[in-house]
Design a protein around this ligand. Structure first.
Ligand SMILES: Cc1cc2nc3c(=O)[nH]c(=O)nc-3n(C[C@H](O)[C@H](O)[C@H](O)COP(=O)(O)OP(=O)(O)OC[C@H]3O[C@@H](n4cnc5c(N)ncnc54)[C@H](O)[C@@H]3O)c2cc1C
Length: 461
């Protein structure tokens, strides 16, 4: 592609901004990033309270966040935030230590079995499922590994491994098939409570590409990155550093692709481009439940785009930021495993205390409102339940300061995954002078989305 190509990027979150960075690094400087809202960062949203920033969206990273590290280097910043720590409570609000054998004499056989299974699982992933962890989903449904290794050098890897087809199975079934069902006790902490759904519905591919063995062990050991000024700051810094920062408050009403050009109507003006990269949601449901609209709603979507994108579902992940009376402030963040089952949909799964030294700060709460086989819990009902749960946890809220329910972790289910959904979409890259990136193409975290943008630029530009 000519380096002078005019490229539009829809979305000023991690995927869109890092697409801009990698394009620039490769010599493509004629790009424009359109962001619908009045700020960059997307689901990295770190508002201020009394001079400090708290997290309404992304919180943490791990040392294998290589794309985020590229951004840090590009901007001259680092992960300088408060150290994370956590404890556990049951649904009655009692502190528990579920992984401590001495505190769970009756559970010792299960804990020992789990430990063995975790070791076995690690070995199986490295051998039987070699190549499971590369970014993106190209070839997986056909039993192929096709991507870049998860190392700072991102070596190109391409080989056949028919076992990889198993990654289309729901994670629960995948674990059972491999005789490792107890590993779910470990994987669930940074998965379900982080809003990514339940193991009986979500294909193992998503679980394991995000929570590869190394990343899961980093969560277990609390070897995690945070940013003092919040995750939003990473993307604010990148936006500042880019030759063309995102155009905020861009209202795109039409995208028309014809005669090898892309015409975008934005804030009433028509702009002409050679190529388009979409990092914003492609599809948001049938309109009855969508909190936002998708690419298919404002673009001249073709039949294959409509058909494939209509298979996308997403989580409704609900966050509230509250303050408490000093005597009710939690001394640490808590995970509530009892509430991470679909029977307890809509309940508080984790609450996060960010600032150790300062109790006049926000506590953020997290709950899921959807499971594919269940009736969705309304946003209002969910928020009420969570506030009741905080009382049960002995940390009642005094005042609610902020809340949102986000379009979160777009994904497809087992049947479509196994039928090669990703290979069909990958085969459509550039077909309509359009490239698809963002969470759906890899996974809903900062690094996987930024890494996918890196690979997209590497592969096509
Ligand atoms: C509560 C919560 C906790 C999380 N915790 C973590 C964590 O600890 N670690 C981690 O790595 N990740 C975490 N994530 C996930 C992470 O924030 C997302 O995966 C990441 O932000 C995705 O980047 P993206 O650019 O693909 O999408 P987004 O961040 O959603 O950005 C998309 C952007 O596109 C814009 N947009 C949408 N439609 C249009 C349109 N029509 N025109 C123009 N612009 C448009 C949006 O306004 C938005 O700015 C968390 C997210 C949430 C909500």
């Amino acid at each position: 592609m000519e380096k002078t190509a005019r490229i539009a990027i829809i979305g000023g979150g991690p995927a869109g901004l890092s697409a801009g960075m990698y394009l620039e690094k490769k010599g493509y400087e004629n790009y424009v990033i359109y962001e619908k809202s009045g700020r960059v960062g997307g689901k990295c949203w770190s508002p201020y309270y009394k001079g400090k920033r708290y997290e309404m969206g992304a919180i943490m990273g791990v040392p294998s966040y290589y794309a985020v590290h590229d951004v840090e280097e590009f901007c001259g910043i680092t992960h300088d935030g408060p150290k994370l720590n956590r404890n556990y409570k049951n649904s009655n609000g009692d502190v528990i230590e579920p992984f401590e054998p001495k505190k769970n004499i009756l559970k010792i056989p299960r804990l020992l079995k789990m430990k063995k299974q975790v070791k076995k699982f690690g070995e199986i992933l490295e051998t039987k499922y070699k190549g499971y962890d590369v970014n993106g989903h190209r070839g997986v449904a056909q039993g192929k590994c096709d991507g870049y290794a998860v190392t700072p050098f991102r070596e190109r890897v391409q080989f056949d491994n028919p076992n990889l087809k198993d990654l289309a199975l729901p994670f629960k079934t995948f674990c059972e098939k491999n005789g490792c069902e107890l590993v779910q006790d470990i994987w669930i902490g940074p998965f379900t409570s982080f809003g990514y759904g339940y193991f009986d519905e979500i294909p193992a591919a998503y679980v394991l590409k995000y929570l590869d063995f190394q990343t899961t062990m980093n969560f277990v050991k609390v070897n995690l990155w945070t940013w003092e000024n919040g995750t939003q700051y990473i993307w604010e810094c990148l936006n500042e550093k880019l030759k063309h920062g995102a155009k905020l408050n861009s209202d795109i009403t039409k995208v028309e692709r014809k005669d090898g050009k892309v015409f975008i109507t934005v804030n009433g003006q028509v702009e002409e481009f050679d190529k388009l990269i979409v990092t914003a949601p492609l599809y948001c449901g049938d309109g009855n439940r969508g909190e936002t609209n998708g690419f298919v709603d404002y673009a001249d979507a073709r039949e294959d785009e409509k058909e494939l994108f209509s298979k996308i579902d997403y989580e409704r992940y609900t966050v509230q930021a509250v303050t408490t009376k000093p005597e009710n402030h939690p001394e640490i963040s808590y995970y509530v495993f009892d509430n991470m089952t679909k029977e307890r949909l809509g309940h508080l799964m984790v609450y996060y205390r960010r600032w150790k030294e300062n109790i006049d700060q926000m506590i953020t709460t997290y709950a899921l409102r959807t499971h594919k086989d269940m009736k969705e819990i309304s946003y209002e009902d969910c928020n009420k339940v969570v506030l009741e749960d905080l009382k049960t946890m002995h940390n009642p809220a005094e005042e609610i300061h902020n809340a949102w329910s986000v379009y979160y972790f777009p994904h497809v289910y087992t049947e479509d995954y196994a039928a090669g959904w990703y290979d069909k979409v990958e085969a459509m890259q550039d077909k309509y002078d359009t490239f698809y990136a963002g969470e759906i193409m890899s996974f809903g975290d900062m690094d996987e989305t930024a890494e996918y943008s890196r690979e997209l630029v590497e592969r096509f530009f």
